[in-house]
Design a protein around this ligand. Structure first.
Ligand code: KG4
Ligand code: ZN
Length: 355
């Protein structure tokens, strides 16, 4: 079964081809430089950029593989959550392709696709927990199988990536600050008392990261001057040791908070010995280390996509689309895009795609 995946939920325009669960080829156009000028993604600009890139990228991908729309068995598209205008560009393109070619349409939950992406590299084992840590979300799921999923917890305010980026902004790092903060933290020594481990003193599996920025801002105001390093900091070599130490303290606090809630979820579901972790923040070196050690201690494993596939991409959409389509989970042309904050409905129609 050949599935085309389309990703346009935020600021990356991506298309990829997956055949029988194996990645064939992918193209991606990042808009990061467009939005960097504004310090965050500008939704209207993002939709226009998707519109500009979508057609040419599709032509490039299909020409490179010598394929045409009639070769596609299914078109999987990220239906949400995301920026509505951006999602509409992708879903309109997908619907047009399905209408023209007869391929099945599969609306994919972008967040679940992040978690399942590790299946492109290794065989996933279920049941498994899913920890999604991105710029917009911090969710814990229980996967009974690749397609039967229940959400166990979520962030009540800032997502982990948002906390990284806000902390990066406070410290004068170039946007988005997560990756740089990770790099600087590796050179620093963490002070466990500088940044709290938030929202652990309860019984739930939810997160709250909004207080972390305040702790770092107060520390920065008391100890750092505006000229202690060039702002925005783009070269790690310009970072003084005190800045690296602050980054290390913040990084450790986030890593330990995530680890604590995953441990709690595992204690409540003792039959689960595997974890899928994904989203931009799963590229974080300390978080990867901590989760790997935690799952090894439980006699299981953690499945994480290669760091290059932790950020938004279409391979994960095509792969999730393949998993769903082969079970008959497809959509008709009334598929709705779902903006951030609204639940993704269980509105599958159709029968398994068999080829
Ligand atoms: O999943 P993603 O690419 O985009 C969505 O949110 O959909 O995640 C982006 C987030 C940003 O907040 C970015 O700063 C963060 O992931 N990030 C990292 C690292 N690499 C990216 N955060 C911590 N450590 C990293 N190495
Ligand atoms: Zn994403």
């Amino acid at each position: 079964m050949l599935v085309l995946g389309i990703e346009s939920s935020c600021d990356e325009t991506g298309l990829a081809l997956v055949r029988d669960g194996v990645l064939v080829d992918a193209v991606l156009a990042s808009q990061a430089d467009v939005h960097a000028l504004f310090g965050g993604v500008v939704p209207e600009l993002a939709s226009r950029e998707h519109l500009r890139f979508m057609g040419p990228l599709y032509d490039q991908l299909m020409a490179r593989q010598g394929l045409s729309a009639s070769d596609l068995d299914a078109v999987a598209v990220a239906r949400g959550p995301g920026l509505l205008g951006c999602l509409l560009v992708g879903s309109a393109f997908a619907k047009g392709l399905c209408l023209a070619s007869g391929a099945k349409l599969v609306g994919v939950n972008h967040l679940l696709a992040h978690l399942l992406a590790a299946g492109l590299e290794q065989e996933l084992v279920f049941p498994a927990l899913g920890l999604l840590v991105s710029g917009g979300h911090t969710n814990i799921y229980l996967f009974e199988s690749a397609t039967e999923v229940a959400q166990l917890g979520r962030t009540l305010d800032d997502a982990a990536g948002e906390a990284f980026d806000k902390c990066g902004k406070v410290l004068g790092l170039a946007y988005p600050g997560g990756k740089m903060l990770d790099a600087l933290a590796r050179r620093g020594h963490a002070d466990r008392h500088l940044v709290p481990r938030p929202y652990l003193d309860n019984q739930n599996l939810d997160f709250s990261f909004s207080g972390l920025k305040t702790a770092v801002a107060l520390h920065a105001a008391a100890h750092f001057g505006p000229h202690d390093w060039p702002r925005p900091l783009t070269d790690p070599a310009d970072a003084p040791q005190a800045l690296c130490d602050t980054c290390a303290s913040f990084n450790l606090a986030v890593a330990e908070t995530l680890e604590a809630k995953v441990r709690r979820a595992l204690d409540r579901h003792p039959q689960v010995r595997h974890l899928m972790a994904a989203g931009g923040v799963a590229a974080n070196s300390l978080i990867r280390e901590r989760l790997t050690a935690l799952m090894a201690g439980r006699g299981g494993a953690v499945f994480m996509p290669h760091p290059s596939r932790c950020t938004d991409n279409a391979a994960m959409i095509a792969y999730a689309g393949w998993l769903f389509a082969r079970e008959g989970r497809c959509h008709d042309l009334s598929l709705e895009a779902v903006p951030r904050g609204r639940p993704i409905p269980d509105d599958w129609v159709g029968s398994p795609v068999r080829t």
